[in-house]
Write a protein that binds this ligand. Structure first.
Ligand code: FAD
Length: 340
């Protein structure tokens, strides 16, 4: 039976360093412990919060329930052929360490996703993405435990309904499954994705024939370190808002009013607006409100320098949403999950 800890401060378990307290906290390292934890919470009718690295959630308040911290470890070569390797990874593995491991093993596909904080098990929840690659590009399948029954189920890419920072686990199956393993389909041959302008710029000094996945990973790490605050020094949850997607007429209306609007055309005729540009233009970059702040260089990142309760960060986020809505008629959606 895993150890259930009462009155547990979650400050070290969320990258916003919010000092919320959980009534109960348990770390699990395998499926048996997870099943026991679910049964234990079920007997006491406790609400659950599944926690990986805590890098994509806001703890609005104390949590009156059981926090299940996923710490399972392990990587298994599930299948291989001449071109690909299917690597099955336990949900509690650290994402960036996995990226480093795959590069060292000569398995490619994760390099653009270097240095994203958090756990492997959380990666499918919002279909993590960066620098032109998303998890769904390398995803094969996942195993998840149904909370209600304790049964393990396999989800294919199709059944995960992946979208931009989205999956079925944020929608129809929200709070119903705990991901226990993720299988990735990795290439033995480098297939560099260099669509992202900032990445090409960072790599421009290297001749094309000398580019390797390792060099792409190094470039991604360098860009991220220069642009994003390290949560260890400045508490934050990465991008706080999704880039809003608008249709053609809406884009035409906006670009006519704001010729320097930053937007990216999508394959389906829609446009993805740079939320950072909207927030910056609404005058929020570098501002503080009751202790929570908008990062000085990256308007998409809200910081919590005073390690205040999550409600302070959410109050700032609410003001930003309102003012962007008023100025541009565009609704920003928060990226991190909010609890309770
Ligand atoms: C500095 C910084 C930079 C970031 N950059 C990026 C980026 O470039 N791209 C990007 O996509 N994201 C980015 N993020 C967000 C974050 O890193 C990812 O969303 C990551 O996948 C979250 O992992 P986690 O383990 O910390 O999840 P947590 O914050 O612990 O959990 C997030 C959500 O997933 C659920 N969850 C966690 N594990 C499981 C599981 N095993 N089963 C079921 N549900 C689970 C939680 O209940 C919660 O709802 C960034 C965050 C920070 C702080």
């Amino acid at each position: 039976m895993p150890l259930f800890l009462p009155h547990f401060n979650l400050q070290k378990h969320n990258t916003l360093a919010v000092p919320a307290v959980a009534d109960w906290f348990v770390s699990i390292t395998n499926d048996t412990e997870l099943r026991e934890a679910l049964a234990w919470a079920g007997e006491r009718s406790l609400p659950l919060l599944v926690l990986g690295g805590g890098s994509n959630l806001v703890l609005r308040d104390d949590f009156h329930g059981l926090v299940i911290h996923i710490r399972s470890q392990g990587k298994i070569l599930a299948a291989e052929n001449e071109q690909y390797v299917w690597l099955q990874v336990a949900a509690g593995e650290n994402w960036h360490q996995l990226v480093e491991y795959t590069l060292a093993e000569g398995l490619f596909g994760l390099e653009n996703l270097s240095l994203i904080p958090g756990s492997v098990g959380a990666a499918p929840i919002q279909n993590i993405g960066a620098y032109g690659v998303e998890l769904c590009d390398v995803f094969a399948e996942l195993s998840a435990m149904e909370i209600a029954s304790g049964l393990s189920v396999t989800f294919t890419a199709e059944s995960c309904h992946f979208g931009y920072r989205d999956s079925i686990f944020k929608n129809a199956l929200n709070g119903k499954y705990i991901i226990t393993q993720v299988t990735l389909k990795l290439s033995r041959e480098p297939r560099l994705v260099l669509d992202y302008p900032a990445l090409r710029e960072e790599l421009k000094a290297i001749p094309m024939d000398q580019l390797t996945p390792e060099k792409v990973s190094e470039a991604v790490i360098a860009i991220r370190r220069s642009k994003l605050p390290d949560p260890a020094n400045m508490p934050n949850a990465g991008s706080f808002f999704k880039n809003p997607i608008v249709d053609g007429p809406e884009y035409q209306r906006l670009i006519a009013a704001y010729p320097d609007l930053v937007a990216y055309p999508q394959a389906d005729g829609h446009f993805k607006l740079a939320a950072a540009w909207l927030i910056d233009r609404a005058g929020w970059r570098g501002r503080q409100l009751a202790g929570a702040a908008v990062h000085e260089y990256q308007a998409l990142v809200l910081t919590n320098p005073q390690r205040l309760p999550g409600s302070a960060v959410l109050a700032l986020a609410g003001h930003i949403v309102q003012s962007v809505e008023e100025q541009f008629g565009v609704t920003l959606e928060m990226e991190p999950r909010i609890y309770p």
